[in-house]
Ligand binder design. Structure first.
Ligand code: SOE
Length: 388
């Protein structure tokens, strides 16, 4: 019999939906499953919200008291899907209670919080993961495989973008994502960290950054209710406005510890771009290009192809590629956001089953936080800033 593990999920918003769906689906894709995640308790801010999340996401119980829930002896895994301001407090309590932890990104608001979280999970000896899900796109994992096999040679250059437009309208509401005390930073923590995680995964640690950060919309309409609706939020041009005290956009040059150079751009103000995560990597033997909006595909160019066939080819990921044994049996059937979360769930429970830390874990999350901190510092000083 496959082991059943009880999950307490804290937060029933967008990420709660994504994680609950992955708990239900993971064993349907990856069989034999490393464990059956049982949706035991969902926690939200009020009893009413928790009960709604329970009914909707298929949990057995609902609660509005995360402190009581993380201490329950029947809980094996604590899943943190809350805004960033409570990641540290919940993770540290869950670690002390001996629970395995998966935490939404970014790991924390600050380096200090991330460090404390890392110390807590190390001391507790639990399994820990940060939910940077885009690594789990099969095409990105295939890029990693080609790089590890040396098929594009030594990496010279990395170009990464993450462009969205859900906050381009100055009258979209002041959600928690625009408030430093809750989010820690703006675009830097929210989406540039995804690019940093991908850069660390594919190329290696970033050593120095030289960034420009800017805030286009210094005020936004105050939001009614706490639920973050992102692009679906209603505009309220006439409402009272509050201050935005985080960055809207970051553009940076990068130096990697291994000698590669590169760049990163992230914004939520790029009209026409939705979830435009692109990666281009040039090596001494070839190049790789990925665009999340065409996420079934990896573009790859091998420099030793015959002269009359040189150029980028398109590989459609499928059974021959990473995670292909669990996902769909024919290339091109369609990889979606859900699949990245299902794969993430599979890797997390596999790590628990093997008692081996997955990647990215809290140590990787701390390294990403150190880069985010350097980006913010560099945005203020206008200078190259070292990571760490
Ligand atoms: C908003 O920019 C957001 O929801 C991010 O917080 C997620 O991490 C990203 O994957 C989708 O966009």
């Amino acid at each position: 019999m496959t082991k059943v593990m009880n999950v307490a999920m804290i937060g029933g918003g967008f990420m709660g939906k994504a994680h609950a769906m992955a708990y239900a689906s993971m064993p349907m894709f990856f069989w034999p499953a490393p464990a059956i995640p049982h949706r035991k308790v969902v926690v939200d801010v009020t009893d009413g919200m928790a009960e709604e999340a329970r009914e909707r996401y298929g949990f057995e119980e609902a609660s509005s008291d995360w402190r009581a829930v993380v201490h329950r002896p029947d809980i094996d895994v604590v899943d943190i899907c809350t805004p960033n301001n409570v990641h540290a407090e919940i993770a540290i309590a869950a670690a002390k209670a001996g629970k395995h932890i998966i935490c939404e990104k970014p790991l924390a608001r600050t380096v200090e919080e991330a460090r404390a979280m890392h110390e807590a999970v190390k001391a507790a000896g639990v399994i820990h993961m940060v939910a940077f899900n885009y690594r789990r796109t099969p095409a990105v994992a295939l890029a990693k495989k080609y790089i590890d096999e040396g098929r594009i040679g030594r990496i010279l250059n990395f170009r990464g973008t993450y462009l969205q437009d859900w906050s381009a309208d100055p009258d979209s509401p002041l959600s928690w994502r625009f408030q430093k005390k809750i989010a820690g930073s703006g675009t830097v923590g929210d989406i540039a960290t995804h690019v940093v995680d991908l850069a660390h995964y594919l190329v290696g640690p970033i050593a120095e950054v030289n960034a420009i950060t800017t805030t286009y919309n210094k005020t936004r309409p105050l939001q009614q209710g706490g639920v973050d609706k992102l692009g679906a939020a209603e505009k309220a041009a006439d409402a009272e406005r509050g201050e935005v005290d985080v960055d809207d956009e970051v553009v940076s040059m990068l130096k990697f510890e291994g000698g590669a150079i590169g760049s990163l751009e992230a914004t939520r103000n790029a009209y026409g771009r939705n979830n435009f995560i692109t990666l281009e990597i040039h090596g001494t033997k070839g190049s790789i290009h990925f665009n999340y909006e065409r996420r079934d595909e990896l573009q790859v160019m091998f420099a030793d192809d015959p002269a009359d066939a040189r150029g980028f080819r398109t590989v459609y990921t499928g059974p021959a590629h990473p995670y292909g044994n669990g996902l769909w049996p024919i290339p091109g059937l369609g990889i979606g956001y859900s699949e990245t979360k299902i794969v993430e769930c599979y890797d997390f429970f596999s790590a628990i089953a093997k008692n081996r830390q997955p990647s990215p874990n809290f140590e990787d999350g701390l390294l990403t936080e150190l880069v985010a901190d350097a980006l913010i510092r560099s945005g203020e000083t206008g200078l190259w800033e070292k990571v760490g």
